[in-house]
Design a protein around this ligand. Structure first.
Ligand SMILES: C[S@@+](CC[C@H](N)C(=O)[O-])C[C@H]1O[C@@H](n2cnc3c(N)ncnc32)[C@H](O)[C@@H]1O
Length: 383
């Protein structure tokens, strides 16, 4: 496909997404219909679609229309590319710009320039103050691809050399001791031998830093209460070298855990109904995902104030239940990939108000930036 044909394909996908379809489904449908598209074409169309989702509001303002066509015009203008070079009307390319389209479009301002819904732009300002704009801007751009070196199988330097031999260059990421930022050929990672045999895992550096900050001791009884796909459970298993019990309210989310554990050489045990007590219970709670919206940009447009209220209720219930599973001298760790205070420090304050025997230990907060995603951690101890 030509670059222009890829833009036209993205326009068609964006129109379907604007009418309510989920981006992944739209891209899957397009891929099925477009047998002629090679892997580079698919990756390029996907990149256009996700770039537009990250900049959904500003691209429409800059392109002068909320259509897929308008958004692609805006996106190209924002990257300094003259849309006329791709909107040529040649075979499979978008039609040339009309006079009206040429004249339309303005510089986005306010919440549109931050690419946030109005209510979230106000929240960002209230919660993050001077850092709000930087955080919002970070969410408008692609996330770094980051690996965690699995210390159960290799070392940082050996993993770097192995990846390099497969054409994947990396740099140590200062946010976490075993984090490597991929600097070339990120799309080769999933097929690389180092990934396939569990020497490295894909994991954001802030997520790794959260695990590195947990009070994990060798031999400790550890429960991952919201284990999901097991990213943190695998990292904890590598940290302690011991077993990690894994629970999730939606067990199907843990379907890949046994295979991932086998690949990583990690000892994970699925525990449908945790009982007894643990030295550490991690609640990596369901949240708005606001610290990771550059990876899942649809979520920032779909989240409503009501959804956020529902999440706050679930998070509080999880904390209260998980606290009962912590043994004497143990710790309860609460983490989110959110940067909203309501889900983080305010949630902890409410927990401490409800549970006066508990006290706050270490707290970590990351905003999304070049090193990693936005994350929050608070470790709690029972007096
Ligand atoms: C942020 S995700 C976990 C991500 C995972 N820890 C990782 O690192 O890959 C939150 C998980 O919490 C689970 N969850 C939601 N409500 C829950 C509840 N009441 N109790 C336990 N888990 C819950 C969800 O199914 C989801 O898998």
């Amino acid at each position: 496909m030509t670059p222009a044909a890829r833009v036209q394909a993205a326009i068609e996908c964006l129109d379907r997404i604007a009418s309510g379809a989920a981006a992944e489904q739209v891209l899957t449908d397009w891929g099925r219909r477009s047998r002629y598209a090679g892997s580079k074409d698919r990756a390029a169309v996907r990149d256009h679609v996700f770039d537009a989702l990250r900049q959904w509001r500003s691209s429409a303002v800059l392109g002068g229309s909320e259509s897929g066509r308008g958004r692609m015009i805006g996106l190209l203008r924002a990257s300094g590319i003259d849309p006329e070079t791709l909107f040529t009307g040649e075979r499979f390319a978008p039609e040339p710009l009309s006079d009206a389209e040429r004249a339309a479009g303005a510089a986005p301002e306010g919440a549109a320039a931050w690419d946030l819904p109005d209510w979230l732009a106000r929240r960002f300002t209230d919660d993050l103050g001077d850092e709000a704009e930087t955080a919002a801007q970070a969410l408008r751009h692609r996330a770094p691809v980051t690996l965690r070196v699995n210390r159960l199988k290799t070392t940082l330097e050996a993993a770097r050399a192995d990846l390099s031999a497969e054409g994947i260059e990396t740099e140590p990421n200062p946010r976490a001791p075993l984090a490597l930022t991929v600097t070339s050929n990120p799309r080769r990672v999933a097929q690389s031998a180092a990934y396939q045999d569990g020497r490295v895992e894909l994991q954001d550096a802030s997520s790794q830093a959260i695990v590195a900050a947990l009070p994990l001791k060798p031999g400790a009884r550890v429960l991952d209460y919201c284990a999901g796909g097991g990213g943190k459970a695998l990292a904890m298993a590598a940290e302690t070298g011991g077993r990690i019990d894994c629970h999730d309210a939606a067990p199907r989310r843990m379907a890949d855990l046994p295979a991932r554990a086998a690949r990583a050489g990690a000892d994970l045990r699925i525990v449908p109904a945790p009982e007894g007590t643990y030295d550490l219970v991690l609640c990596d709670a369901p949240c708005s995902g606001s610290g990771t919206w550059r990876r899942a940009p649809e979520a920032k447009w779909r989240l409503s104030p009501g959804d956020l209220d529902d999440l706050l209720t679930v998070q509080a219930e999880i904390l209260d239940r998980a606290a009962t599973l912590v043994g004497p001298g143990g710790a309860l760790a609460y983490a989110t990939c959110s940067i909203l205070s309501a889900e983080n420090s305010s949630q902890i304050k409410s927990f401490l108000d409800r549970n006066p025997k508990w006290e706050r230990g270490d707290e970590l907060r990351f905003l999304p930036d070049h090193a990693g995603d936005g994350f929050y951690l608070c470790v709690l101890f029972c007096r």
